[in-house]
Design a protein around this ligand. Structure first.
Ligand code: MG
Length: 236
């Protein structure tokens, strides 16, 4: 079989459950250049990470966070692969979240390149991936609500450059039996560009905690050396 015929055959095969095909990609939008320094937080923000330490974070088992902070204000931290995801000690309901991140030098393909993620309430993952010149299923690329919503645009900067997520989250509401009566809603700006426009959250994304109710912000250890800096929130 020729390679062209093989590719045609592969594209014709059904995608794994829930994955939307890579060939229907959202448009690429070039954002403004990265900010060398973190954007200062507003006066009423709760600072969850400023580079100094991981005092606001822990692993799922309650152990002290093992990721590696620079140890100075204005600095970053790096995921420590194998140590596990880190979660805020504090729980949040409706919340505005600001996160800055940088993916490592391009290595691996698809989901194996610069993968991490911001799980809101430990349930709903806004995917972090190096989607700069890196194809994957569209509802798994950077800025996707994982396997639920394709981002409106691909606004990725190059590996190593600082990027921002500004997220507005309205938590789902449930009745006394725990049945969702009003679905959650999510809006996301990636490097200042709207990529999720008040989308409805259907259920926890893969690996997310079940149920509803306040929960921590969770940064995913997916085995890649993704860096984070300047994380703050404003409960709504
Ligand atoms: Mg991820």
């Amino acid at each position: 079989m020729t390679s062209a015929a093989l590719i045609a055959l592969l594209l014709a095969l059904p995608q794994p459950a829930g994955q939307k095909p890579a060939e229907k990609e959202p448009p690429i939008v070039t954002p403004a250049p990265q900010q060398a320094e973190p954007t200062p937080a507003p006066s009423d923000a709760i600072i969850l990470f400023d580079g100094s330490n991981l005092d606001h974070w822990q692993h799922a088992d309650g152990k002290a966070a093992q990721w590696t902070p620079d140890g100075k204000k204005g600095g970053a931290m790096t995921c420590k692969p194998g140590s596990g995801s880190i979660l805020t000690k504090r729980n949040f309901g409706d919340v505005q979240i600001h996160v800055e991140f940088a993916t490592p030098p391009a290595e691996g393909n698809g989901q194996e390149r610069g993968n991490s993620g911001v799980y809101i309430q430990n349930r709903y993952e806004v995917q972090i991936l190096d989607s700069y010149d890196n194809k994957t299923y569209t509802n798994g690329q950077c800025g996707a609500v994982y396997l639920q919503h394709v981002p409106l645009a691909n606004v990725c900067r190059k590996p190593g450059e600082w990027q921002t997520y500004d997220i507005v989250f309205h938590a789902p509401k449930a009745d006394a039996a725990g049945k969702v009566t009003t679905p959650g809603r999510l809006t996301v700006f990636h490097n200042g560009v709207l990529i999720q426009d008040n989308v409805e959250i259907k259920e926890p994304t893969g690996g997310g905690q079940k149920g509803v109710g306040d929960g921590p912000i969770h940064l995913q250890d997916h085995g890649n050396l993704v860096r984070y800096r300047n994380i703050w929130v404003r409960p709504l």
